[in-house]
Design a protein. Structure first.
Length: 581
């Protein structure tokens, strides 16, 4: 019971003026209920009056009153529906937004646990299933219970035995709705749906690889397994739903037969008038509609609870931030960055064994090492996206943990390894992080400098930009990202394998740009290709989780250590490529 209240409280938190809303819905519900109950009483009176040749004016008055009640009832009903729908949809909107914001605020480590498709399915499907917990359903459910009691009392008043019969048959209906484990069934089905959606997203993302590898058949088989699970849980869920509605209809049909037979017998023995039987039948119909209104709310509520628990589960995977960013100091715009004996693991697997480095304005610093050495990880730590396990990262001598993350990141122009893009116009992509003060002239300059004029024309309009992300080449991707980084104009530039896909011509432009930037800014370049870091002022060689050597290209070559060997290896490979290619 407590869990039910907790779930309801969570819904209420997402509503605007919840108390006012509940009060209004309850008021409308009560007016409707009173009108609904008065109706059969009036009908019974009219019937008996008609048969007993009473004064006709009374019948007219009663008739008009019935008409007025009838019209009012449906007007109230409309208002109830309008408010209910509005409150439900705005509640869902708020919940969906709150899930979205929770996901966005999650630390990067959270995204290693779930795939994009899985998160998308949970973000939408679970919210749709919350319907049963929305205010109008809750109010309706409670009022329907009250109404059922009042109607039953009236029925008992008219005829005790018929009343008992009606209660017994309705118990069958209630049993079928309480008995089945719908919450679990819907939860299982939603999980299967989220997994299917995640699988589909994965396949579509890797379609090129699947086709190139000729793996269509295997992928179909894999997907079939997912679908089996998905439709299997659907089948289980709806089979139970059919049994439920069958039991409801059965009890309904049987009831009318019993009322007519027993009512007829009572009338024969003079225990009931035709007006009373009419009233009883109408009451029974009202009882059924109160049940029809309320009973499905039970499974709906259970389904909603399942969904709420899944929404909560998702949020529980996201640890609360230790200290709010607002309490931390702002970042100074210029300065040096230092890593002191930094250790870090992913899922208990040590990646960095104690790394020390420093980056200064006015210098180009490079980090080299085989792929998987932990180069990108160092950058993610610098950006404060993961927490170091041991050791320190200092910005101008200040521990990174004491600095406002947002203010720190606002100073960094960062080009990640896989050069991400949005399905948005090229302009939106390159201005993604740019300050307000950027002028059209600056934008044009950067576009010209990075050589993306032609693309700017191609992806100018929103309608044509939807395929930007999927159609640009690797080099074009990197050029757009370079433009974005330049327009942000941070005081620290980080290029993670940012030139790996560029042609020699563009790489030259990048090298020149780097040199210009490095006059006043911190520039960090990361590469596994040593040829692109030769001109760096300082090179760190990362291997086996720590820095093995550092110095300029010439110094390191003289040393004839790890860097020298790596360089020789790559030069040899390049020569071979040139010969064989
Ligand atoms: N999110 C992650 N979860 C678990 N392991 C990861 C994650 N990201 C990277 N790794 C692992 O950490 C190691 C270092 O990765 P990374 O820093 O990306 O290497 P590099 O950039 O030097 O190629 C690799 O073995 C990689 O598989
Ligand atoms: Mg990397």
């Amino acid at each position: 019971m407590e869990a039910k209240f907790r779930n309801i409280r969570k819904i209420v938190q997402h509503l605007k003026h919840p108390y006012r809303l509940f009060f209004y819905l309850a008021l409308l519900g009560i007016i409707y209920m009173v009108l609904d109950i008065v109706e059969p009483v009036l009908a019974g009176h009219i019937m008996d009056a008609l048969l007993s040749n009473e004064v006709k004016t009374e019948i007219w008055q009663l008739g008009l009153l019935w008409l007025a009640i009838f019209i009012l009832k449906y007007a109230v009903s409309y208002e109830k529906m309008r408010i209910g729908l509005f409150s439900m949809l705005s509640g869902m909107e708020n919940i969906q937004l709150s899930i979205f914001q929770t996901i966005l605020s999650a630390p990067l480590a959270f995204f290693n646990q779930f795939s994009v498709g899985y998160l998308m399915a949970r973000q939408t499907d679970d919210v749709f299933n919350l319907e049963g917990m929305m205010p109008h359903h809750l109010v309706e459910g409670l009022l329907a219970i009250a109404e059922s009691f009042i109607i039953l009392s009236c029925m008992f008043y008219l005829n005790v035995w018929l009343g008992i019969g009606a209660v017994l048959l309705k118990c069958l209906d209630l049993f079928s709705n309480f008995y089945f484990p719908l919450k679990q069934l819907y939860k299982e089905h939603n999980e299967a749906r989220a997994i299917t959606s995640s699988e589909l997203q994965d396949v579509l993302k890797n379609i090129l690889m699947i086709k190139a590898a000729g793996k269509e058949k295997e992928e179909s088989q894999r997907f079939q397994e997912c679908l089996k699970q998905y439709y299997g849980t659907w089948n289980k869920r709806d089979e139970i739903n059919y049994i439920r509605s069958l039991l409801t209809r059965m009890s309904e049909d049987a009831s009318y037969m019993i009322i007519i037979v027993l009512g007829g017998v009572s009338m024969y023995y003079g225990k009931m008038t035709i007006g009373e039987i009419t009233a009883f039948l109408l009451f029974y119909k009202k009882l059924s509609s109160a049940f029809v209104g309320a009973v499905p709310l039970i499974p709906l509520f259970k389904i909603g609870e399942g969904a709420m628990e899944r929404v909560d589960e998702l949020k529980r995977h996201i640890p609360e931030g230790k200290t709010s960013d607002d309490e931390k100091g702002q970042m100074e715009s210029r300065g040096k960055i230092e890593l002191q004996n930094v250790k870090f693991s992913y899922n208990n697997q040590r990646i960095l064994q104690g790394v020390s480095m420093s980056f200064k304005p006015g210098e180009i610093t490079a980090i080299v090492g085989k792929s998987g050495a932990g180069k990108s990880t160092i950058i993610k730590l610098l950006l404060g996206l993961y927490q170091v396990e041991d050791g320190k990262i200092l910005w101008n001598g200040k521990d990174v943990n004491q600095i406002n993350g947002q203010s720190m990141r606002s100073l960094i122009s960062y080009i990640p390894q896989d050069a991400p893009l949005f399905h948005r116009t090229l302009r939106e992509n390159i201005l993604y992080e740019a300050p307000e003060s950027v002028s059209d002239e600056d934008v044009s300059k950067v576009i010209a400098r990075t050589g993306i004029q032609e693309m700017q024309k191609r992806f100018e309009q929103k309608e044509k930009a939807w395929n930007l992300e999927t159609t640009v080449s690797g080099g074009e991707r990197q050029r757009i990202n370079l433009a974005r980084a330049l327009l942000k104009n941070g005081s620290i530039y980080i290029f993670d394998e940012a030139t790996s896909a560029l042609d020699t011509e563009t790489e030259k432009i990048v090298q020149q740009t780097l040199r210009e930037l490095s006059r006043t800014k911190v520039v960090i370049i990361i590469s596994h290709r040593l040829s692109s870091v030769r001109k760096a002022d300082k090179i760190y060689v990362l291997d086996e989780g720590s820095v093995q050597e550092n110095g300029s290209h010439e110094e390191l070559m003289k040393k004839k250590g790890r860097y020298y060997r790596l360089f020789e290896e790559q030069v040899k490979k390049n020569d071979e490529k040139q010969i064989t290619g």
